[in-house]
Design a protein. Structure first.
Lengths: 786, 165, 266
């Protein structure tokens, strides 16, 4: 089957994108459309003492200027975080109030205080500048460690010490004992740099209120339109769900940043009702840097103990996580259940303990960004292992092998149960593909050119396919994390699959069609995938956490099971055979071992003609299913980076990057490898280029591509990708997920390679030329350096 | 307001627009050619690249009024009839796009660089492609397949014999 | 952007007149800096006078011992000029490395030096080559032209129409790009003319493009990369920002100067 599971099929959705016919939110223009421009705080922390909109209201084209008092007065609810985390003392997390338009206080630069609705975008933006907001400026704090200090400004009244929560996992006493028994302890202080997700399509929303039906329609850049509708309805009181349609059309990348329901969508919906106009807002990149949720931003201290054989005796971590000014939708889960639960890595460790303090600062909210917690965990573990190997003078691959988990299922001390994997196999494949044996010669050749060549490993594991609903519910999640699907076979045999997953670059229109082609033998061109519209798809939890394959496709499989059962019944009835003897093969429905068959489309036609169906069978051929995973999935792999450092300048080039991933079953290797390419590039970006910087007053310094370094084509190499597949035992296709691996696994491999090249472990991300050069000066003259 | 006349994708168009109208806005809002995208405001991402008088330029960084009289080609204009341009076909074949947002600019930049290198008789190596893409940012693909696609399209667009290098 | 009035000038005189008539007019050339600045509401000229099509401001002209480049000549055309590649290849190479291909297809020499961005490439060439800036009303020696960040000797309403570069014995530019913007974080142009060397540094100085006397003396005595080693490049005159400290920039000036010397000798 050339189009089924495992086939490198070119993407069906490409044609509209390569011809300029994609339909993104900003491409949509409604009749009678007006434009929104937000009045944003220039201060990181201030009391709003007055808003004078009179000058703006008098300007050409201005329809309305609306503020937070009006918004809350109309009953629009505060923005919420959907995962309740309990501190170690049993107290609930301290969620500060977050209104879509600030009322009394602003808490970060970019916090919206008012919105101008005008006939054109230019008019709206000019008028927004003319809204005169009076502020009483308050002291601000941008760094999480500083926000914990006693004299730090208080950002929310209900969060003393700016503490969101003080949470822990693992057995601290046992871990301390494990460390006490160690013959060697490796200790590192590690920051995980703050990042801006930067999907290339800026966020956008077009909201329309139809007064005659009391009905709202929202086009928006969302990874999960049903969740948006649910939250907009249940918590923000915009409209009841049956009066609100949310459509996420073509979406230009998300990486987590388009999971959340932001103030702008809420405001556009409400403003549409207030003004009787369709209201469009499209972010520009500067606004995106100010307002899109950021990622990472951890400060950690970590201790790992080893016995005389190099076996890990304990791993203890303390982490401070910067939440920004408000708790975004998923934020609380990221530095807890998506992070600390992965701190056992690929290793058989009896004792792991992690304490996490979540801290408010005067910065934009921090939430899940590609990998979400797992890159932070992987970076810690893999830097610890590599550093320990250097300290113990053991080969870094060998030290890992001594500690690898060898049998499955394996229960870690941080509540995960790994179901399958082959960590030695991943490492073997990566080492072979990277031509490890040739490294000394490559290093010598580089040295002859005046370059320092280094090699670094990363053996990552992640928990994907989020997640079993009851399990996450017991941990505080506010929703179930199942997925739904509907498979409709038309009377002519073509098939529509309605899925709650959302594709914003992942290629679902192709991959999902391939599993249908595999199952029913129809060409993928006869299968269409419908997603992203709450009026079409019954429900869905959306796409994030590498869940569309493991969870979304599992729902499709469940629906296909039901379709297949009905097809077999119809065929058995028509062909006068036993259901058990019916097989579906090559586009035909056959009686096994005979020449009796029906074409696939004849079954569809029979189902809808309903002239001759089995007794009591309903007409039609359409089945739906909800799939709730029974466990997380655990993609794993080994990445090996090789870098060359120019000692004159600190400029570092990733010259070779090898990935050996275990993603479980792969439907379309071309698409899966594309996910790895993109993830690795983002990982290299985190390791060497990207960092959001706020100054001490909470002003965003990296507010555009002039100062925030995006990976460009010349910053990254061609990647070598290998697959080392163990099938996931817990879902029908055996899929583990591939969307985040690159971003999780790459940063430690790159930093381990750079520190190998320059001969010091004292290096934080991003390893910019300046940072690497500084580290080299420390190596040369540790006392003299600044 | 200024009256602007251009030849866009082979057709003459005239519109009255404010003097502040960017070429990208003229294409997207006045002509509703929404394949040209805007991904930044500092002229770095390249999602807005179109051809003006045969050369790749950033349509977000030039005024429509300043391009009065110009011949403009957008992503909607590069296929001939039903046939994809070799650069478009290569992006599909090599999986050179994921979310598709940077893709129009990438394709327009790719065609431009192949044209320039072929005009000068220079070989378009993968290293040269990476360098030439300095003004085009993609967040999805890690560039691997974009570089492969442009390399392949260059060979399919080739008018210069291979021996020329 | 804020409202503005666009004018297309046909001649230098017409452009000067349009600027004079404007309340707060600006010359628009390639627009690769001005348009983004206006989009971000950081500039709000009442009028834009587009000089891209002005006759006499185009192209590369070789004279006795000089090459003159029209102010409205695009970077791509400067880079591709066979005459320039023959006479001052280092300048053609500089133009071929400005921004990215799409920027080079629009941006112009005149726009670059009139704006005098402290991280722009061209000012270093104008200064190191001891060029003469030609305006609608006078000629200005390079040493008198640049006046700190974003500041020049140009009067209100004065338009750069071209730059005349003396042909050096050898010259080259080397750039260490800012990782984010790809503007010069440190750019060094070295030019030797008859045994005398001028060295101009862009991107690094806390007050824009500047000449470095120490490097000039050392390279005038011995035009080799090795000569740079003995020259102290002080950090106190360097810019410091999130991308590079003053000390790192000072170090890079030496490294990049050596690379420029090597390129000039190649």
């Amino acid at each position: 089957m050339s189009e089924g599971i495992g086939a490198r099929v070119a993407r069906k959705e490409d044609k509209r994108f390569i011809t300029g016919k994609g339909k993104y939110t900003d491409d949509i223009r409604m009749e009678n459309q007006a434009y929104a421009a937000f009045v944003r705080s220039p201060h990181a922390h201030a009391r709003v003492t007055g808003i004078d909109a009179s000058a703006a209201e008098a300007m050409d084209g201005v329809v309305a200027v609306l503020n937070g008092a009006q918004l809350t007065g109309d009953g629009i609810g505060n923005i919420i975080c959907g995962w309740a985390i309990t501190s170690k003392d049993g107290s609930p997390m301290n969620m500060g109030a977050w209104s879509a338009l600030a009322t009394e206080k602003v808490r970060y630069v970019g916090d919206a205080v008012a919105v101008v609705i005008a006939d054109s975008q230019a008019q709206a933006r000019l008028a927004a500048e003319a809204v005169d907001v009076s502020y009483e400026v308050l002291p601000a704090v941008a760094m999480a460690d500083k926000a914990m200090e006693g004299n730090a400004p208080q950002i929310h009244d209900n969060a003393p010490g700016n503490m969101v929560y003080d949470w822990e996992i693992g057995d601290e006493a046992a871990t301390d004992a494990g460390l006490a028994a160690a013959t060697h302890i490796t200790e590192l202080e590690i920051t995980n740099n703050r990042l801006s997700p930067n999907p290339m399509e800026p966020r956008s929303a077009v909201a329309t209120f139809d007064a005659s039906e009391d009905h709202y329609t929202l086009y928006t850049t969302s990874q999960n339109p049903h969740v948006a509708r649910l939250v907009l309805s249940a918590f923000y009181n915009v409209a009841p769900e049956h009066k609100l349609r949310v459509i996420a059309p073509d979406v230009g990348g998300g990486f987590g940043s388009k999971i959340y329901i932001y103030p702008e969508e809420i405001t556009c919906l409400w403003a549409s009702m207030k003004t009787g106009r369709s209201v469009k807002w499209t972010s520009d990149r500067s606004e995106a840097f100010l307002t899109d949720a950021h990622g990472r931003d951890h400060i950690s201290t970590a201790k790992m103990g080893f016995d005389a054989n190099g076996k890990i005796t304990g791993f203890k971590v303390d982490t401070i996580a910067n939440f920004g000014a408000y708790m975004s939708l998923f934020s609380s889960a990221v530095p807890t259940y998506l992070y600390a639960t992965l701190l056992s890595g690929q290793y058989n460790i009896s004792n792991v303990y992690c304490g996490v303090k979540g801290i408010y600062t005067n910065t934009v909210p921090v939430d899940a960004y590609r990998g979400a917690g797992r890159p932070e965990a992987c970076y810690l573990i893999e830097r610890m292992l590599e550093t320990a190997a250097r300290e113990l003078n053991i080969d870094p691959a060998e030290l890992r092998r001594r500690n690898f988990i060898q049998s499955f299922p394996h229960e870690t001390p941080v509540i995960m149960t790994y179901d399958a994997g082959d960590f030695d196999g991943n490492l073997d494949k990566a080492q072979a593909a990277a031509n490890l044996a040739g490294f000394p010669a490559r290093k010598a050749e580089a040295a002859a050119r005046g370059k320092l060549r280094g090699i670094g490993y990363s053996c990552y594991i992640e928990a994907c396919g989020i997640a079993p609903s009851a399990a996450v519910g017991s941990l505080g999640a506010g929703v179930g994390l199942w997925e739904s699907a509907e498979v409709r076979v038309n009377p002519v045999g073509t098939i529509e699959v309605l899925t709650g997953s959302h594709s914003h670059g992942q290629g679902h229109e192709t991959t999902f069609a391939q599993i249908v082609a595999e199952r029913f033998g129809v060409p993928i061109d006869n299968v269409s995938i419908v997603h992203g519209d709450t009026d079409k798809v019954q429900f869905g939890m959306g796409t994030y956490g590498s869940r569309s394959g493991a969870v979304g496709m599992s729902a499709i499989v469940k629906a296909m099971d039901k379709v297949e059962a009905k097809v077999k019944k119809i065929a058995a009835h028509t062909l006068e055979a036993s259901e058990d003897d019916i097989v579906i093969e090559g586009g035909e429905v056959k009686v096994a071992g005979t020449d009796k068959s029906m074409a696939w489309h004849e079954v569809g036609l029979s189902a809808y003609m309903a002239h001759n169906l089995p007794e009591g069978m309903e007409p039609g051929l359409k089945e739906g299913a909800f799939y709730d995973p029974v466990n997380f999935t655990f993609p794993s792999g080994t990445y090996i980076a090789e870098v060359e450092v120019d000692p004159d300048t600190g400029v570092t080039e990733v010259v070779q990057f090898t990935a050996a991933d275990d993603f479980g079953t792969i439907i379309n290797p071309m698409i899966v490898e594309g996910q790895v390419h993109g993830g690795v590039a983002q990982g290299i970006g985190q390791a060497m280029l990207e960092q959001v910087i706020y100054d001490d007053d909470g002003q965003l310094v990296t507010g555009s591509y002039m100062d925030y370094t995006m990976p460009r084509a010349s910053d990254v190499p061609f990647y070598t990708i290998e697959h080392n597949t163990t099938v996931c035992p817990n879902n029908p296709l055996g899929i583990k997920g591939c969307g985040e691996a690159g971003a999780i696994g790459a940063p430690p491999a790159v930093i381990n390679a750079i520190t190998d090249a320059i001969g010091t472990n004292d290096l934080q991300m991003p390893a910019t030329p300046q940072a690497v050069w500084n580290a080299l000066q420390m190596v040369k003259a540790p006392m003299a350096a600044e | 307001m200024t009256s602007v006349t251009m030849t866009v994708n082979g057709k003459s168009v005239t519109r009255e627009v404010p003097d502040t109208t960017l070429l990208s806005e003229f294409l997207r809002e006045d002509l509703r050619l929404t394949g040209t995208h805007v991904g930044c405001d500092t002229s770095q991402c390249g999602a807005c690249v179109v051809h003006v008088d045969g050369k790749a330029v950033k349509s977000c960084t030039t005024l429509a009024a300043a391009q009065d009289g110009a011949a403009v080609t957008t992503i909607e204009g590069v296929a001939s009839g039903g046939d994809l341009h070799p650069m478009q076909a290569a992006f599909n074949q090599h999986h050179g796009l994921q979310c598709g947002f940077c893709t129009p600019g990438m394709i327009m930049a790719g065609i431009d660089m192949v044209n320039r290198y072929q005009a000068e008789g220079k070989a378009l190596t993968s290293e040269a492609i990476r360098h030439e893409l300095e003004g085009n940012i993609c967040r999805c693909t890690g560039y691997h397949n974009i570089v492969k696609a442009i390399e392949d399209a260059a060979s399919n667009m080739s008018t210069v014999p291979a021996a020329a290098e | 952007m804020y409202p503005t009035k666009y004018h297309k000038a046909e001649s230098v005189a017409g452009a000067v007149a349009a600027l004079a008539a404007a309340e707060d007019g600006r010359v628009l050339s390639g627009g690769q800096t001005l348009i983004p600045t206006m989009k971000q509401h950081l500039a709000a000229p009442s009028d834009l006078v587009d000089v891209r099509n002005v006759a006499g401001m185009q192209g590369v002209t070789v004279g006795p011992g000089t090459v003159t480049i029209g102010a409205a000549t695009k970077h791509a055309d400067v880079a591709a000029s066979a005459e320039l590649r023959q006479h001052i290849p280092g300048l053609a190479a500089l133009a071929g490395g400005i921004g990215d291909p799409a920027v080079r297809a629009m941006g112009t020499l005149g726009g670059s030096i009139a704006n005098n961005d402290p991280a722009a490439d061209y000012p270093s060439a104008v200064l190191a080559l001891n060029a003469t800036v030609i305006t609608d009303r006078r000629e200005i020696a390079a040493d008198d032209y640049f006046d700190g960040m974003f500041a020049t000797a140009l009067e209100d309403g004065e338009i750069v129409t071209g730059v005349r570069f003396p042909v050096p014995t050898r010259a080259a530019y080397s750039k260490f790009p800012n990782p984010a913007s790809r503007y010069a974080m440190v750019g060094v142009f070295v030019a030797e003319t008859g045994g005398s060397v001028r060295v101009a540094v862009t991107g690094a100085g806390s007050d824009g493009v500047f000449r470095h006397g120490g490097l000039e003396s050392a390279l005038s005595a011995n035009f080799s990369a090795g000569a740079v080693d003995g020259v102290a490049v002080e950090a106190d005159m360097m810019m410091s920002d999130i991308h590079a400290s003053a000390a790192y920039r000072a170090h890079l000036v030496s490294v990049v100067a050596k690379r420029a010397v090597d390129a000039a000798l190649a």
